[in-house]
Design a binder for this molecule. Structure first.
Ligand code: PEP
Ligand code: MG
Length: 895
């Protein structure tokens, strides 16, 4: 017996617009959910129904619609026919429907749409009668159906239809589709049907329900079309969501001068200014606007053509803004003076507009500041902190690619990584231009101001590596014809040769000829204190929202800094202390030779003498930091990296010594150095003699640092030093260092906390024990990721992460955003066990993740006390910490 769809056991795959609402985006997609919302608001939406994303996911798994879907489509179609008083494919008065994709996240133009479904040889005359005897319109609609259906549903090459259309226009001596009369279009339909048969081996389907079913399947399949897959990868949209399908009664904007179609925004998406923004095209359908066949007019001019529809549209726009409490964008059609709403959604906007609109809505009493905080994010704030190009002189735009890593870079085009390095050494600013990059290009990428490629998207090698380095990058500029041999690229008739200056905007993806002036970010000027908060609407919006975030956040925000300059800047940017001072950076430059002496010391006296000389220098470093961070905590990490990093590379030394010996000269000091480098050589230095291991092996090294910290603290009022031991894996390591440090601290009247990094998986797993010897834990998520995944942190991102991203093994590098399930689990275990063992223990994070928006939410959730990040990330972390607190608030409100 056939199962009734009313039985509870059958999943519901089809929803009438009356049955949905805007919260059902997961199930009905964005378009379907919002059409339902508008229907229920009583707005004029053409009737229809939505087939769910569940049905799509089933279809993609099995290649067939799920059981129960077909009869449900039948029932909803019957209801739609009843509502419209017309039947699909009816000979006298046919119902036509559009079949449109609509995923949870907007993927503009990436998937398929079929219009005019339901037209057949029988119903085409009925459509003409419906349109007041307009045969031309009916046959034009029919030829559009065969063309769209043939191309998207049955893979007939689109250009075949285009050629036939061109032939018809030529025969009719017209350049415009509108020049084809009914007879010509009737003949064209015949040709189209022949093309269809030729390519598919069957006749164009005359059963309207079969047309509908095939179109629905084609829309499902289009989820996996190449361009959709690529778009999702670039936009980090999950691959397994599937699309919903909307079946909507057709309304026609191409029924004459009293019809048309348009798009509108309820306020300016670039600035947030309230008003009427949009475009209108008379006597046209939506795809004509997209195809840019004719020029649109500003929406305001609709008032002069059809005042009634215009007034109604404005009323609807106001109602939508009030209802969604946000900027909405809208698509509409007017059919013979009757307005129909085809789509709405909360509109996309620039980063600047997001902040400005959010505070405007607060001022208008539409939302509160918590909601304003929810509507902006750290990625937008980070974007606003990059310098931008001053485009007032209207520079010549060469092309536009994918904005893969933000920033504004100017330099001479160079087509080879080695040239880039050589020119940069000469003091030139260069932009590395390649078709695509590979690991061999790395030195050139480092040397360049920016990178430009003609292939690849946001997850290509160039993009991933550039983002990792914070370097401006535009990729996938596919209009560029890059000729590496000639050292030039051509685009749109321009030839740019090696040495010509170009300007590359990694935020917008635009590439300009010549040098475009760069202007600093007003938001950064405000943080720096050189621009007043009220000086500019954007700055004022950032100030208000960030102040609100500060008021509500539970996480404190510290900075990673090891110079006074960085510390001072971070403090201006709102840092509440230093969470990581990497002391190894203090041993570079002129002090390298002292470290060399320490490493080469043959006796305890030699070693102590070197340490003795280092002590005052270190003390001065700490005095500076404590002064800049007066009254705030400063976490100083004892030296971490392998000591041979302070010596010259083995190969260079070996060559130098060999050459000297060959010439019969005495290699002297170089020979000692070479011996030391050989002695200290490690196959896996990242897993070798570094961190706490150094402190245990080299007598006096950590003691010297502790002494410098304590003596500096004694000199500075308001110093709050915290000593942090790196790379601890066992409590005994920490206990040994702690005992040594406490002896020194005991000689002075200062209060110093001693804690450890948790960056070795074993430390996380034995956190309960380690807590016994620690006043605080700071998660070193860089090493924890490296050792948790077994990924060498200096190599993998450039070497093969692009492939992992391509395969979707992860959507974003785990070095950029915390891997919640794996590395995050280690963090959770350590927090829970550490706190259980020692409730007063403090927790922070000082790996790169401390400034990553998504990760900040995770650290809030696991209950850390602070995040620590680079100075420029401090405002981003403040904002996201506030957002995390607000998000927690709203989940507990709805519980
Ligand atoms: C870490 O490992 O996360 C960390 C902060 O230390 P470093 O990056 O210096 O190894
Ligand atoms: Mg580390």
């Amino acid at each position: 017996m056939a199962q009734s769809t009313m039985e509870a056991s059958v999943e519901k795959f089809v929803y009438d617009f009356e049955e949905g609402n805007r919260d059902l985006k997961d199930l009905l997609g964005g378009k379907g959910a919002n059409l339902a919302e508008m229907t229920n608001l009583g707005l004029p939406v053409p009737p229809g129904f939505t087939i769910t994303t569940d049905a799509c996911r089933e279809f993609l798994k099995t290649g067939r619609p799920p059981e129960g879907m077909d009869p449900q489509v039948g029932e909803h179609l019957a209801a739609l026919e009843a509502k419209m008083g017309r039947r699909l494919g009816d000979q006298h008065d046919p119902l036509l429907v559009s079949v449109r994709s609509g995923a949870k996240f907007s993927m503009p133009g990436m998937m398929e749409t079929v219009l005019n479904v339901g037209l057949t040889d029988r119903s085409v005359d009925g459509l003409a009668a419906q349109a007041g005897g307009d045969e031309r319109f009916a046959w034009d609609s029919y030829r559009r159906l065969i063309q769209m259906f043939g191309k998207t549903v049955c893979d007939v090459p689109g250009e075949e239809f285009e050629h036939a259309l061109d032939d018809a226009k030529r025969a009719a001596k017209t350049k415009d589709d509108l020049g084809l009369d009914a007879a010509a279009l009737k003949a064209l339909v015949r040709t189209y049907k022949e093309l269809f048969r030729e390519h598919t081996g069957r006749d164009f389907p005359q059963d309207p329900r079969e047309q509908l079913d095939l179109a629905v399947s084609a829309v499902f399949r289009s989820w996996n079309a190449d361009r959709a897959v690529l778009y999702r990868r670039q936009e980090r949209i999950p691959t397994d969501l599937g699309t919903a399908v909307n079946v909507v009664a057709m309304v026609f904007g191409n029924l004459g001068a009293d019809s048309g179609t348009g798009v509108a925004f309820t306020r300016d998406p670039a600035t947030g200014e309230p008003g009427v923004y949009g475009d209108y095209l008379a006597n046209a359908q939506g795809e004509d606007v997209v195809a840019g066949i004719r020029n649109t007019i500003p929406l305001q001019e609709l008032a002069g053509k059809d005042q009634k529809s215009y007034d109604e549209l404005l009323k609807i726009m106001a109602k939508l803004e009030e209802h969604y409490r946000d900027l909405c964008d809208i698509e509409f059609t007017i059919e013979r003076g009757k307005l129909w709403m085809l789509q709405t959604r909360v509109g996309k906007r620039t980063a600047a507009a997001a902040f400005v609109i959010a505070t405007q809505l607060v001022d208008e009493g539409v939302i509160d500041l918590d909601e304003a905080l929810r509507r902006v994010n750290g990625a937008q704030l980070a974007q606003l902190m990059f310098p931008t190009f001053d485009l007032s002189q209207e520079p010549e735009q060469l092309t536009r690619g994918v904005g893969a890593s933000p920033g504004a870079a100017v330099g001479k085009a160079v087509f080879d990584a080695k040239h880039a390095v050589a020119m940069a050494k000469e003091g030139e600013q260069v932009i590395l231009v390649r078709r695509e990059t590979n690991p061999d290009d790395l030195p050139g990428m480092i040397a360049a101001q920016g990178i430009l490629t003609s292939r690849g998207g946001k997850t290509s090698h160039a993009a991933v590596v550039a983002r990792g380095m914070g370097k401006t990058c535009v990729c996938g500029a596919d209009d560029l014809d890059v000729n590496l041999h000639k050292g030039q690229f051509t685009v749109d008739g321009h030839v740019v040769s090696e040495g010509d200056v170009i300007s590359v905007d990694g935020t917008t993806g635009r590439v300009y000829l010549g040098e475009v002036p760069v202007q600093p970010s007003p938001v950064v000027q405000y943080f720096e204190g050189t621009l007043d908060a009220e000086a500019d609407p954007l700055v004022s919006a950032v100030h208000r929202i960030l102040t609100h975030a500060d008021g509500g956040r539970r996480l404190r925000v510290r900075t990673n800094a090891d110079t006074g300059e960085d510390a001072a800047r971070a403090r201006r940017f709102g840092a509440q202390g230093i969470g990581l001072c990497r002391t190894e950076h203090m041993f570079l430059g002129e002090r390298r030779s002292l470290v060399e002496r320490l490493i080469l010391a043959r006796t305890a006296e030699d070693r102590d003498a070197a340490l003795e000389e280092l002590l005052p220098l270190q003390r001065a470093d700490f005095v500076e930091l404590f002064r800049e961070m007066r009254d705030l905590p400063v976490t100083v990490r004892l030296i971490d990296p392998p000591l041979h990093e302070f010596l010259p590379p083995l190969e260079d030394l070996a060559v130098k010594v060999a050459v000297a010996e060959e010439r019969g000269q005495d290699p002297g000091h170089d020979k000692d150095l070479l011996d030391a480098v050989r002695r200290m050589h490690e196959e896996n230095p990242m897993l070798g003699l570094r961190g706490v291991r150094l402190g245990l092996v080299i007598p006096g090294l950590f003691a010297m640092q502790v002494r410098a910290i304590v003596e500096a603290a004694a000199q500075v009022d308001g110093a709050h030093p915290e000593i942090m031991v790196p790379l601890v894996g066992a409590v005994q390591e920490l206990e040994t260092i702690r005992a040594e440090a406490e002896k020194i601290i005991g000689e002075h009247d200062v209060d110093v906390k001693i804690g450890t990094m948790i960056e070795v998986p074993r430390a996380a797993l034995t956190a309960g024990d380690i807590a016994q010897a620690a006043d605080f834990f700071s998660f070193g998520t860089n090493d924890l990721t490296q050792m948790g995944w077994g990924f060498s942190r200096d190599d993998v991102e450039g070497a093969f992460f692009w492939r992992y991203l391509e395969l979707g093994i992860f959507g974003v590098s785990p070095f950029e955003s915390i891997d919640r399930d794996g590395v995050g689990r280690l963090v959770r275990i350590a927090v829970d066990e550490g706190r259980a063992a020692r409730p007063e223990l403090h927790f922070g994070v000082c790996g790169e993740h401390g400034g990553d928006p998504e990760s900040v939410h995770f650290f809030h959730e696991v209950g850390l006390d602070y995040v620590s990040c680079s100075p420029f990330r401090v405002p981003v972390a403040r904002l996201e910490a506030g957002r995390a607190a607000v998000a927690e608030q709203s989940t507990s409100d709805t519980r």
